[in-house]
Design a protein around this ligand. Structure first.
Ligand code: PRP
Ligand code: URA
Length: 208
């Protein structure tokens, strides 16, 4: 397993805009998708491909096509849904599952309210999508549910990770690869990542 914190000036630029309290809902959604596209690009570095032959205007050449059937993307509701269009930009035929989890505001423990994935999970690479990895409780619970449903290879794609969440996933799911756009400082006493970006779900869905 590996923890990959991405590093790129374009990503830093988008993260700075995303974090700003002055960013509109429209811009927040667009930036979330753009960052998600970059996360998917990075996380899919080992995507299985199938050989093909292409006829160009100049002749024939060999090519490789990504086998999109080998992936299932699994947003954690609700904020993970905000990452969906970004993933679709790089893999338009992608299959999706959904996991509904909500943190209890007092205990910060996640409770499950929905789980549905495509058949054949055991033969795919399951990519969990969530903008925020704070205490890690939600991501860890989602990964455990996917494993119970048969997933054998799992990647976790998050925009903002906290050290506490990374440590929890590394301890509880050492077989899972983490891809994060940035590693922040800490989780505060009410469960928010600092400096973070606030409540990702509220900012994506305009529920503040
Ligand atoms: C947020 C976020 C993660 C979770 C991260 O979801 O989208 O799922 O908190 O926190 P954790 O790492 O401490 O578990 P939330 O429960 O607020 O639900 P929402 O997406 O419906 O807003
Ligand atoms: N969930 C969020 O949306 N933001 C945080 O900072 C932590 C958890």
């Amino acid at each position: 397993m590996s923890t990959n914190i991405l590093s790129h000036p374009l990503l830093d630029h988008k993260l700075a805009l995303l974090r700003s309290v002055g960013t509109s809902t429209k811009d927040f959604r667009e930036l979330t998708n753009e960052i998600s596209m970059m996360l998917a690009y990075e996380a899919l570095f080992d995507a299985p491909t199938v050989p093909t032959v292409v006829t160009t205007p100049m002749g024939r050449t060999r090519g490789q096509l990504v086998d999109s059937d080998s992936f299932v993307f699994v947003p954690i509701l609700r904020a993970g849904l905000g990452m969906m269009d970004g993933v679709l930009a790089v893999m338009p035929n992608a299959k999706f599952g959904h996991i509904g989890l909500e943190r209890n505001e007092e205990t910060l423990e996640p409770s499950s309210y929905y789980f549905k994935t495509p058949r054949g999970l055991e033969n795919t690479i399951a990519c969990v999508l969530d903008p925020m990895l704070a205490t890690g409780g939600s991501a860890s619970a989602a990964i455990a549910q996917l494993k119970k449903a048969g997933a054998k290879k799992i990647k976790l794609l998050v925009m903002v990770a906290a050290p506490e969440g990374v440590e929890k996933i590394e301890q509880e799911h050492p077989d899972v690869d983490i891809f994060a756009a940035v590693l922040d400082e800490y989780v505060n006493n009410v469960g928010y990542i600092v400096p973070g970006l606030g409540d990702a779900g509220d900012r994506i869905f305009g529920t503040t």
